[in-house]
Design a protein around this ligand. Structure first.
Ligand SMILES: Cc1cc2nc3c(=O)[nH]c(=O)nc-3n(C[C@H](O)[C@H](O)[C@H](O)COP(=O)(O)OP(=O)(O)OC[C@H]3O[C@@H](n4cnc5c(N)ncnc54)[C@H](O)[C@@H]3O)c2cc1C
Length: 466
C-alpha cells in the first residue's frame, strides 16, 4: 500500500455555528487521526523540516513517537526546543516554515506538522489537569539575577532557557496579565486563553518569577533594575504601538486601532458581556482596514460580537495578503466581505462625531516594491462611499518607544526597533533584546527563537565569555 498523498483533515466548528461564538474553530486530531497523519511522514534522512523550524524542533523524531504512541517521549523531544507547543501548534505559519520544505509536499500534501505538534501538546495539557507534569531538568542555582522585560513569546522563551541553566529569572510585565500578544491580541477562537495560562504555570514551576503591572521605563528603569542586582537584562517588549494612515476623519468616534479593539475584547474580556462590562463599540457595519493576521482576527471578532456586515478593506489583491491562508479561508467561510484593491481615503462623521462613512478608492497593482509585492496604485476618479458605523485599523504596529527614551545609550533603528549585534546584545552592555522589538512585527516562533538565542548569549556574558 502506498503512502497517502492527502493529509488527514482536522475537524472544525462549522462556519454558521462558530461565527456566533468565541469557542475554538479547529477541534484537534483524535488519536486515530494523529496516528494516520504521523504514518505519512517518510522519516527522510535529510529532514529539511528541522531547518525550516526557527527553533529547530526535532520534528521527525517526535512524529515517530506519535506513531509508536509514546506521547511522553514525543513531548519531551518537543520541549527540548519549544516550551509553548500548544500555542505554536495552533498559530505558527507552518505552511511557510517546516511544512513548506517537507518533501512530501513534492508529491502531495506536506505532513501536517503543526496539527501533530498540537495533538502532542494537548495530550500533555490534559495530563497536567490530572497533576502529571514533567518539568525539564534544571542546573543547580547560579545565584545570578536576570531581568526579562515583557512576557510575550520572546521573553518567556528567554526566561525558560535561563531558568533551566540555573539563573534567578524575573519577568516584568506592563499589563496585569502575562503572555503578550498571545493574551491580548490573538482571539480566544484561535488560541484559548486557558492554554496560555496553563503554559505560564509551567514557567513558574521552572522557577521563573512574574511581576505584573510593572511598566519598565515608567515604574522602574533598566538602570534601576541593574542597581537592584540584576546582572543582565533582556528586552522583549514587542511592537505594540499601532500605526494609523493619517487620513482625514481618522479621529472620529467609532474608529479603533486593531490593538485597542482586540485588547478590550481579549484582555479586558469585552466578549464576556454582561459578566464583564468593558466599554466597547459593537458595530453593525464594520470596516477592517488591512490584510494581515491582525486584520483577520479583528474582522472575525467584530462578527462574533454581533456585527451584521464586516468588510475587509485591503489595498492589494488576495494573493498579496500577509495573513495565514487558513485565517483568510476561515474569514471568507464566515462571510467577511473582502473589498480587495481598495483603500480608505477619508472618514465622514455624523453630527455627534461618530463615523458614518468610509470614502474609499479603487486600486490597481503596479511594479514590485521593496517588500517584493506589487505596489498598489490608486485609480483616479474611482472613489466611492461605504456606510459603516465602526472602523478598525489593522495596518501594522511599531515598537513602543518608552524603553528607548528612558535608557541612556540604547541605539534604535528604523521605526524605533532596538539595534542588536549578532549575540542579540544592544548598545548597552549587559542589555540584550529580541522578538518584535528588534525585528518589527513578526511571528510567535521567530520571537521565541530570538529569546532562546539571547538566553545563550546572556549565559556567555554572565560567565565572562562575551
Ligand atoms: C492580533 C494578532 C494576531 C497574530 N497572529 C499571529 C499568528 O497567527 N501567528 C504568529 O506566529 N504570529 C502572530 N502574531 C504576531 C505575534 O503574536 C508576535 O510576533 C509575537 O507575539 C511577538 O512576541 P514578543 O515576545 O516579541 O512580543 P509581544 O508578544 O508583543 O509581548 C511583549 C510584551 O511586553 C510587554 N511590554 C511592552 N512594553 C513593556 C514595558 N515597557 N515594560 C514591561 N512590559 C512591557 C507587553 O505588554 C507584552 O506583554 C499576531 C499578532 C497580533 C497582534
Amino acid at each position: 500500500m502506498g503512502i497517502n498523498k492527502k493529509s488527514v483533515p482536522m475537524r472544525e466548528q462549522p462556519p454558521e455555528q462558530r461565527k456566533h461564538n468565541f469557542l475554538e474553530v479547529p477541534l484537534g486530531y483524535s488519536k486515530e487521526e494523529a496516528t494516520l497523519e504521523a504514518q505519512r511522514c517518510l522519516q527522510c534522512p535529510t529532514h529539511p523540516c528541522v531547518d525550516g523550524c526557527p527553533v529547530h524542533i526535532n520534528i521527525p523524531a517526535f512524529i515517530l513517537k506519535i506513531r509508536q504512541n509514546k506521547l511522553q517521549e514525543a513531548i519531551d523531544i518537543i520541549h527540548q526546543s519549544n516550551l509553548l507547543p500548544a500555542i505554536t501548534g495552533r498559530v505558527c505559519p507552518q505552511e511557510d516554515q517546516c511544512q513548506a520544505v517537507c518533501i512530501m509536499g513534492n508529491v502531495g500534501d506536506p505532513i501536517s506538522i503543526g496539527r501533530l505538534e498540537r495533538y502532542v501538546a494537548d495530550w500533555e495539557l490534559e495530563n497536567r489537569k490530572k497533576g502529571e507534569v514533567k518539568i525539564p531538568e534544571k542546573l543547580p542555582p547560579k545565584n545570578k539575577k536576570v531581568a526579562i522585560i515583557g512576557s510575550g513569546p520572546a521573553g518567556l522563551s528567554c526566561a525558560a532557557d535561563l531558568a533551566k541553566m540555573g539563573y534567578d529569572v524575573t519577568i516584568f510585565e506592563g499589563f496585569h496579565k502575562t503572555g503578550g500578544v498571545l493574551t491580548y491580541g490573538i482571539p480566544e477562537f484561535r488560541l484559548p486563553k486557558w492554554i496560555v495560562e496553563e503554559e505560564k504555570k509551567f514557567f513558574e514551576k521552572l522557577g521563573v518569577k512574574f511581576e505584573t503591572d510593572v511598566l519598565v521605563g515608567r515604574t522602574i528603569t533598566i538602570k534601576e533594575l541593574m542597581e537592584n542586582g540584576f546582572e543582565a537584562v533582556f528586552i522583549g517588549t514587542g511592537a505594540g504601538l499601532p500605526r494609523f494612515m493619517h487620513i482625514p476623519g481618522e479621529n472620529l468616534d467609532g474608529i479603533y486601532s486593531a490593538n485597542e479593539f482586540l485588547t478590550r475584547v481579549n484582555l479586558m474580556k469585552a466578549y464576556k458581556f454582561p459578566e464583564y462590562d468593558t466599554p466597547i463599540k459593537i458595530g453593525k457595519r464594520v470596516a477592517v482596514i488591512g490584510g494581515g493576521n491582525v486584520a483577520m482576527d479583528a474582522a472575525r471578532t467584530a462578527l462574533r460580537l454581533g456585527a451584521e456586515h464586516v468588510f475587509l478593506v485591503y489595498r492589494r489583491s488576495r494573493k498579496e495578503m500577509p495573513a495565514r491562508e487558513e485565517e483568510i479561508a476561515h474569514a471568507e467561510e464566515e462571510g467577511i466581505e473582502f473589498m480587495l484593491l481598495t483603500n480608505p481615503v477619508r472618514y465622514i462623521g455624523d453630527e455627534k462625531g461618530f463615523v458614518k462613512q468610509a470614502e474609499c478608492i479603487k486600486m490597481k497593482l503596479g511594479e514590485e516594491d521593496a517588500s517584493g509585492r506589487r505596489r498598489p496604485i490608486p485609480i483616479e476618479g474611482s472613489e466611492f462611499k461605504l456606510d459603516v458605523d465602526q472602523v478598525i485599523v489593522a495596518i501594522g504596529t511599531t515598537p513602543n518607544p518608552i524603553i528607548a527614551k528612558t535608557t541612556e545609550g540604547l541605539k534604535t533603528g528604523r521605526h524605533g526597533v532596538i539595534e542588536v549585534d549578532e549575540n542579540m546584545q544592544t548598545s548597552v552592555k549587559g542589555v540584550f533584546a529580541g522578538g518584535d522589538i528588534v525585528t518589527g512585527a513578526a511571528t510567535v516562533i521567530t520571537a521565541m527563537g530570538a529569546g532562546r538565542k539571547a538566553a545563550a548569549s546572556i549565559d556567555k556574558y554572565l560567565r565572562g565569555e562575551l
